[in-house]
Design a protein around this ligand. Structure first.
Ligand code: GDP
Ligand code: IMO
Ligand code: MG
Length: 427
């Protein structure tokens, strides 16, 4: 039985939370495989709005087992805050399981994330300041603290001591900050261990057994293709693999068990933080997209940078992830424009690029080649089938589909669960 991957096609905030929530009722497990509480997924169910950061969006579907897999970095304080917040609203979180191999975000990594950004000045990445980058760096440096380390105080203490030996030198001598004590870190991490212990599993084995039993597993990516540390706009990326390949390493599910890769793509483009963005608008159209689309970060509240749809990026996402289906979101936000530009290629120093340029230098210099589509003025938020849409909205969807490299399975016309038009069934 199938494992499905759901990822973002652009720079994040495409509406992955809503899409996952919609599939949650039909799948047995929803697995977060990368990132941490840098993610922010807003899910609207009737009058209730939920903002999820660390928990997989499947937590909102009763019957579904939410899994935080090995590829995630966990801020334990945030985890329990989020659990308590949902429980207080009547959401049952008791099925949640957490990988013994996932890394935990220690206080010194939150501090280092923030001071490094300040130190970088104009070269900053614009991170969420949650300690994500330094925690993944520790993982690669083999200095990381894993969930299972919390079960052996002696090991935990030794690892924290090892990590702090160098970090305190850097904090004090380079950044002029106070040293962090081993005791404070160990104490903080151990304060969660009793609550954490019953949730911890060998999640790779659990998921493999689930697939053997014919269960359906949905692997939900945080961030997105162009924020992927290998395939994104490096160095303006996050520190994990947010593309479909990351779903395998981040969960322990092998590639040959994955049958479907769903990419969520907005009908325009947004980006939070620094880095190149060819279709970015610095004018009234950009302001209008931000206002109509409520484009303010779920995690940090920062205004999102806004621009037109970029088909070069969509095709790149289709290729890098092996996309089988695109879920198009936020079409309703484009209502009211007379003409809607779509970037079909780039021009760099007089040369046309139909694919992503090989170098970041070229990408930084890319200017969009636009095609213009006729807009519509009718309110589409009450549409429930493709046929309910005005002709020009239908033509816009079909044109994007044609140039994006994979079929569109649904179209979002509002934030609510109900505000989705199905073009072809996903499962
Ligand atoms: P994620 O990080 O990919 O899960 O996306 P976010 O939740 O950060 O941002 C997407 C925002 O758009 C959320 O506030 C959603 O409620 C909202 N949203 C999702 N789909 C649609 C849609 O089709 N139309 C509108 N207007 N809003 C949507
Ligand atoms: P979701 O899952 C949008 C961006 C940050 C910054 C860069 C690195 O909601 O789509 P980090 O804190 O990860 O080291 O920051 O990545 N970023 C996101 N942008 N949506 C996200 O998640 C993001 N997670 C990280 O703004 O530019
Ligand atoms: Mg988001």
């Amino acid at each position: 039985m199938p494992a499905l991957v759901l990822i973002g096609a652009q720079w994040g905030d495409e509406g992955k939370g809503k899409a996952t929530d919609q599939l949650g009722g039909s799948v047995d497990h929803v697995v977060k495989f990368n990132g941490g509480n840098n993610a922010g997924h807003t899910v609207v169910i009737g009058n209730e709005t939920y903002a999820l950061h660390l928990l997989p969006s499947g937590i909102l579907s009763p019957g579904c087992t939410p899994v935080i897999a090995n590829g995630v970095v966990i801020d334990l304080g945030v985890l329990f805050q989020e659990i308590d917040g949902l429980e207080a609203r009547g959401i049952d979180t008791s099925k949640l399981v957490v990988s013994a191999d996932a890394h935990v975000i220690a206080s010194y990594n939150r501090i280092l994330d923030k001071v490094t950004e300040r130190f970088l000045g104009s070269r900053k990445i614009g991170t969420t300041g949650r300690g994500i980058g330094p925690t993944y760096a520790d993982k690669m440096n083999r200095l990381g603290i894993r969930v299972q380390d919390l079960f052996d105080e002696k090991i935990l203490r030794a690892k924290v001591e090892g990590a702090l030996e160098l970090k305190n030198q850097v904090l004090v001598k380079v950044y002029n900050r106070k040293a962090v004590t081993v005791e404070s870190v160990v104490e903080d991490l151990l304060s969660y261990v009793d609550r954490l212990r019953p949730m911890v599993r060998d999640t790779g084995l659990l998921l493999s057994n689930a697939l053997d039993e014919g269960k359906t597993v949905l692997l939900e990516g945080g961030q997105a293709t162009l924020l992927d540390v290998d395939h994104g706009t490096y160095p303006f990326v996050t520190s994990s693999n947010a593309t479909a390949g990351g779903a395998c390493t981040g969960s322990g599910i092998p590639p040959n068990r994955i049958d479907q890769v769903i990419a969520v793509v907005k009908a325009y483009t947004t980006r939070v933080g620094e880095g190149p963005f060819p279709t970015e608008l610095h004018d009234a159209d950009g302001e209008r997209l931000r206002a109509n689309g409520h484009e303010y970060g779920t995690t940090t509240g920062r205004p999102r940078r806004c621009g037109w749809y970029d088909a070069v990026i969509a095709r790149y996402a289709a290729r890098v992830n092996g996309v089988t289906d695109f879920v198009l979101t936020k079409l309703d936000v484009l209502t009211g424009w007379e003409k809607i530009p779509v970037c079909v290629a780039y021009e760099v120093d007089g040369k046309r690029f139909d694919e992503m340029p090989m170098t970041q230098t070229d990408f930084h210099h890319a200017t969009p080649v636009y095609e213009y589509f006729d807009g519509w003025t009718e309110d589409i938020t009450t549409a429930r089938t493709f046929d309910d849409l005005p002709k020009n909205a239908q033509l816009y969807i079909r044109a994007l589909e044609e140039m994006s490299g994979a079929p569109f399975s649904s179209v979002g016309v509002g934030p609510d669960r109900e505000q989705t038009l199905e073009l072809r069934p996903l499962l």
